[in-house]
Write a protein that binds this ligand. Structure first.
Ligand code: AHE
Ligand code: ZN
Length: 369
């Protein structure tokens, strides 16, 4: 079938809105009509050419919501008409990772996913007879997309997809990093570096966890208002400080924070975030995605003396098991999604959504097909 799509033909080129061909779903695959998608920094990161797994031409996009159109052979958990959110972290429930009880990282389709292919090694997208690659197993920048059954979570039909599509990445990642990865306890002191969607969701998660002090850090002073609305108790602009930011934080917290979160993908900030942690127990969670070839540095003494470095992917959340509950929590008024949505545009204006993100003017733009 024909589908309107925003194709990334090459690194650093604007996406091109074209009509691509989408094949029927094969065994264990599902054809989804996307209704909404948003743009995450990771899409921009891959488009920039910095992602070692980036392949072109590709249909990017990994934060979306849609409706099942048809299912391939063997699909049992979803049927046409179901409302679904694509998951870039699949959940097969059967692999070594899923069964470990220690991680949300599923290995079932991850290898082919990273190569922009479906598990049979081919793509369902083409343009003028040439293959177009998938992305993160989701490719939400096409009105019709083919996704593995295990990369889809069915959610309540009553939930507004133009809001809950945000559970596809940023919000879930931030909330999950607090709850699953850091396991923040009541009265904890925390610092959040970078106040995009993930950082703001971390702040919201910290407030839910009843952290007593939530220090929000960003070089953009305009981020303060939203950070405070989400629950930040302090805001620091590192540019206004004469000392390194970790020293500022250590001083103001009597030795450092219990938890810090790096939500940017900047390896220098990752170091600051670790070194802002309290001796003996402070834990720093790396969430931001760093560019190809980047490495983190610190003196090993920082770890010897009890600080811990951890990473979090999709907030440690098992999508098919946990997302329906998160959607319900939103519906019950326990999670704020509205505050993340700063812009709404037509899907064909997707390059504008990238511009807004690059300029730091938006948190999330919801694109409507
Ligand atoms: N492809 C990159 C890694 C990208 C990466 O780390 N992705 C995050 C999600 S970013 C969402 O906005 C992640 O969760 N990764 C886990 C996984 O399985 O990819 C690279 O460096 O190769
Ligand atoms: Zn993302």
């Amino acid at each position: 079938m024909k589908s309107k799509a925003a194709v990334a033909f090459g690194p650093n080129e604007p996406l091109k809105i074209v009509e691509i061909d989408v094949e029927e779903p094969k065994t264990n695959e599902v054809l989804v009509k996307m209704l909404y998608t948003s743009v995450c920094h990771t899409d921009a990161f891959t488009l920039s050419g910095e992602d070692p797994e980036g392949i072109f031409p590709a249909v990017l996009g990994h934060e979306g919501g849609g409706v099942v159109v048809s299912v391939g052979e063997g699909v049992t958990s979803v049927q046409p008409g179901d409302h679904v959110i694509p998951l870039y972290t699949a959940e097969c429930g059967k692999c070594k990772f899923c069964l470990s009880g220690k991680t949300n990282l599923c290995s079932a389709v991850r290898e082919t996913q990273g190569k922009g292919l479906m598990p049979d090694g081919t793509t369902r997208f083409s343009y003028q007879g040439e293959p177009i690659y998938h992305y993160m197993g989701t490719s939400t920048f096409s009105e019709y997309t083919v996704v593995n059954e295990i990369s889809l979570v069915k959610i309540d039909k009553k939930a507004p997809l133009d809001k809950v599509c945000l559970f596809g990445c940023g919000v879930t990642t931030g909330l999950g990093a607090v709850k699953n990865t850091a396991k923040v306890e009541e009265n904890a002191v925390a610092a959040v570096f970078g106040l995009g969607a993930i950082g703001l969701a971390v702040i919201q998660g910290l407030e839910k966890a009843k952290a007593k002090r939530i220090i929000a850090i960003d070089v953009d002073p305009s981020k303060r208002e939203l950070a405070e609305k989400m629950g930040a108790t302090d805001f620091i602009n590192p540019k206004e400080q004469s000392q390194p930011i970790q020293e500022v934080i250590v001083e103001m917290t009597d030795g450092g924070v219990d938890y810090s979160f790096e939500c940017i993908g900047n390896v220098d900030v990752m170091r600051s975030a670790l070194e802002a942690c309290h001796k003996g127990w402070g834990e720093s969670i790396i969430i931001g995605v760093a560019g190809a070839g980047k490495e983190i540095n610190t003196r090993p003494f920082q770890l010897v003396t009890g600080r811990v470095w951890r990473g979090s992917a999709f907030g440690g959340v098992k999508g098919r098991t946990e997302l329906p509950g998160m959607v319900d929590a939103y519906m019950a008024g326990d999670i704020d999604l509205e505050s993340f949505i700063t812009h709404q545009l037509d899907f064909t204006d997707i390059n504008k959504a990238f511009d807004l993100l690059h300029k730091g003017e938006s948190i999330r733009t919801i694109l409507t097909y």
